[in-house]
Design a protein around this ligand. Structure first.
Ligand code: IVH
Length: 739
């Protein structure tokens, strides 16, 4: 919190100007007539209260800014709390005078480090990608298939540019902007409310808006503003920004609001989160409504009646790309009918009703200076191209992935030629491409520039880190180090994955710190992280005495670790770093099994064939490859023991099923069999899962409900034998209130 310091002067002239976006005009009478900080709250009249709230916002917000900017705060904790309380009490007496930059909107007071975290009322998701025309047609086909619509049934989409900035969620309550949050990991974002107040495209008040309205969109910087900003950075001797997106992100995520205010950020609205009343019945209608409320919406938004028009619109937007004056990296298509969007729903991190059609990657030529082999957490030997630095799409690239030995040799997984069969050699002149956030790759080699006497690259058969054999298993495209826990590279990569975003994401414990702790023998496996304080908080060797650490940073780290010892099940599963078990898969597993105990019991028991194995394979998004990898990991004694040691240190939060509370099928295991006539099987399954049910492919004693359509066979028979509740499709729809 704030350190002790001198008491701030309470009424200097300069605090009559609020540091937020609106300079406050104070009437002569108010300014000259009274000193508002001396007046008891119950004696304040309306004009005085207004002045006093402005003064308090100035003092408290400046104190916050000083704190975040690491300047010496000139106000003590107690004074801060007293002023904040005074502010809240005046706001209670004069609710209409509450300011948009009110200090009481800062949940929990000043934060320790960086921005406060805020939980999004509705998760902020990302979009699936389409890279070519076939992908767009496949998207339309999958939407139709899910909804059970024929190829000729009318289906309208919106198309709009994909803005290359960063997403922001703006929460309005009773028409006032009360919170702005970045996407973060989708569930938890950063509170950048004060900064959002400085962006002129973002309305501070809305007239006739729903009581609760979360508007989502993209913060971006125009090309002209970006060029001017970099020119100013040059002049001041400050670092240039690589591209407008980085500049926008760096400007919004400033702890000092004054810096954000000085940066010309803009905002396009294109989506929404929590709403107390619908905006419209269509996507386009909702966007028009947002425009009518005062938001900037993209003028290139259009309606399309199918893939042909979507692709035509893509071509039109691509032609305009260079003259728009801001960066876009593709076109987003969305199902227009919001009732259909609701039926389509979401996969774990992306909606089924929208897709981003990306523009082709940018290309550049450069020299390949070397090939290094990196060993990943699953032992994979990954070749990395070291390139003479080159700018691709505004970003300097000096590394590119080379995937595996076949890719270097010019063959794909099926033995077909890639790059016309040209191999890649050190010394080659290579063409590099970069699509969005994707790691750069090598698209082509210019054989005309190949140095004389160059040799094909010889891929190592031993691990370069621990010298263990690195065989290539049947059907695997990569060589893998067989060293397991004796391979330091594998262990350290596993640890880095463990603390990464999406996994434990421990503040103050990044890849660098993990590497150092591992090298010095402080941590050898994830469980050791949770005993760091016990071992290095006191005694002879203490973290605070290490180079680069101090009492405060050590305490912060211990607190951050303690904080993360309570962890959601999905994050824990992902953090284990088991091959093929990504973030989306981990969340699906967590939703399905609910608790660590039932997940762990199932993984221990699962054997092919067997009911636990069938149940695992029936989970949406789990295939045989993932299932095999998971079950194998749990069956390996060393790995299993390390997992057990870790879990003993944690409190694992059960996965929360959406709507679980009110739904009659929450927590129930449901099996669908026979023909469904009202909705497709995919929709029935997704709907049941969204209501908190578990959908299984086979009937067992654990089944609660069998939904049997015409033609149901052995499953219906088995359910009857087991006395399981069976209903037809209409009965099911009535049960879930969907008739
Ligand atoms: S819709 C539920 N529309 O692209 C989906 N996103 O790659 C909500 N983006 O995280 C997103 N322009 O930051 C949507 N016109 C647009 C967009 C857009 C840019 C960003 C957004 C999202 C990312 C996904």
């Amino acid at each position: 919190m704030f350190g002790r310091g001198k008491i701030p002067p309470l009424t200097p002239p300069d605090i009559w100007t609020c540091p937020a976006q609106h300079p406050i005009t104070v009437s002569g009478q108010a300014r000259g007539g009274f000193v508002t900080d001396q007046i008891d709250i119950e004696d304040l009249n309306r004009a005085q209260a207004k002045v006093e709230l402005a003064r308090l916002a100035g003092v408290l917000n400046a104190a916050n800014a000083a704190y975040h900017g690491a300047d010496a705060p000139d106000i003590s904790d107690a004074e801060y709390d007293a002023l904040k309380q005074r502010n809240a009490m005046i706001e209670t007496r004069f609710p209409n005078l509450k300011r948009d930059d009110s200090p009481s909107e800062r949940v929990g007071g000043p934060v320790q480090d960086g921005f406060e975290k805020v939980t999004h009322a509705v998760r902020m998701l990302s979009l699936g990608n389409a890279f070519d025309e076939d992908d767009v047609v496949a998207f339309d086909t999958s939407v139709r298939k899910f909804l059970g619509l024929g190829a000729d049934a009318p289906l309208t989409y919106t198309s709009e540019p994909k803005i290359d900035g960063l997403s922001l969620s703006l929460r309005y309550e009773a028409g006032h902007l009360v919170q702005a949050a970045t996407r973060g990991d989708g569930a938890l974002g950063e509170n950048v409310t004060q900064n959002a107040h400085t962006i002129s495209d973002i309305p501070q008040h809305l007239e006739n808006a729903p009581d609760i309205l979360e508007v989502r969109g993209e913060v971006y910087m125009s090309h002209a503003d970006f060029a001017a900003l970099n020119a100013a950075q040059d002049k001041a001797g400050d670092k240039r920004f690589a591209n407008p997106r980085n500049a926008a992100a760096g400007s919004l995520r400033q702890l000092d609001t004054n810096i954000t205010r000085s940066r010309p950020l803009r905002f396009f609205a294109y989506a929404w989160g929590e709403l107390s009343a619908p905006l419209a019945t269509t996507q386009k209608g909702a966007i028009d409504h947002l425009a009518a409320l005062g938001f900037s919406v993209n003028p290139l938004t259009a309606l399309c009646d199918g893939p042909d028009q979507m692709l035509a619109q893509y071509a039109r937007i691509e032609t305009r790309r260079a003259t728009l004056g801001y960066d876009i990296d593709g076109v987003v298509y969305k199902v227009d009918d919001l009732a259909l969007q609701a039926r389509l729903g979401f996969r774990s991190t992306t909606p089924r009703w929208a897709i981003a059609h990306k523009f082709p990657a940018e290309l550049a030529w450069t020299w390949l200076e070397g090939i290094d082999i990196q060993v990943g957490r699953t032992g994979a030997l990954s070749p990395v191209a070291r390139l003479a630095p080159v700018t691709v799409g505004g970003v300097v690239v000096s590394n590119a992935t080379l995937h595996n030995e076949d890719y270097i040799a010019g063959r794909d997984a099926n033995g077909a030629a890639i790059r016309g069969g040209k191999d890649i050699r050190v010394g080659d002149w290579v063409q590099v491409y970069r699509a969005g956030d994707v790691i750069p790759k090598i698209a082509d080699v210019d054989l005309g520039k190949r140095p004389e006497g160059s040799e094909p690259f010889v891929f190592p058969e031993k691990c370069p880190e621990c010298a263990s054999d690195a065989p290539r298993e049947e059907g695997d495209a990569v060589r893998r180090c067989s060293g397991g826990i004796i391979c330091p590279a594998q262990v350290v990569e596993k640890l880095k994955h463990f603390v990464a975003r999406g996994a434990f994401d421990i503040d103050g414990l990044g890849a660098k710190q993990v590497e150092q702790f591992y090298r010095d023998g402080w941590i050898a496996e994830p469980a050791d992280i949770f005993t760091l304080e016990e071992r290095f908080g006191t005694g002879l060797k203490q973290l605070k005495n290490r180079e680069g650490w101090g009492a405060k940073s050590a305490d912060n780290l211990f607190a951050a670790i303690k904080d993360k010892s309570r962890i959601p099940l999905g994050r824990l599963i992902f953090a284990l770093g088991i091959r093929h078990v990504g973030e989306a898969g981990s969340n699906m597993l967590a939703l399905h099994y609910g608790t660590w105990d039932s997940f762990e019991t199932a993984m221990t028991a699962a054997r092919d064939p067997g009911p636990e194995w069938d149940e695992l394979n029936a989970i949406d998004g789990v295939g045989t490859v993932l299932a095999t990898s998971l079950v194998t990991a749990f069956a390996q004694p060393a790995e299993r023991a390390s997992i057990d040691r870790l879990v003993a240190k944690l409190q694992v939060e059960p996965a929360k099923r959406p709507d679980a509370g009110g739904s009659p099928v929450a927590g129930k295991t449901v099996v669908f069999t026979g023909t469904l006539e009202k909705v497709t099987r995919a929709e029935a399954k997704a709907r049941a899962e969204a209501l908190g049910a578990k959908v299984s492919g086979s009937v067992s004693a654990k089944t609660d409900i069998l939904v049997a359509g015409p033609g149901a066979g052995s499953k219906a028979k088995k359910a009857a034998e087991l006395g399981i509740k069976t209903m037809d499709e209409d009965g099911w729809l009535a049960l879930i209130g969907a008739t």
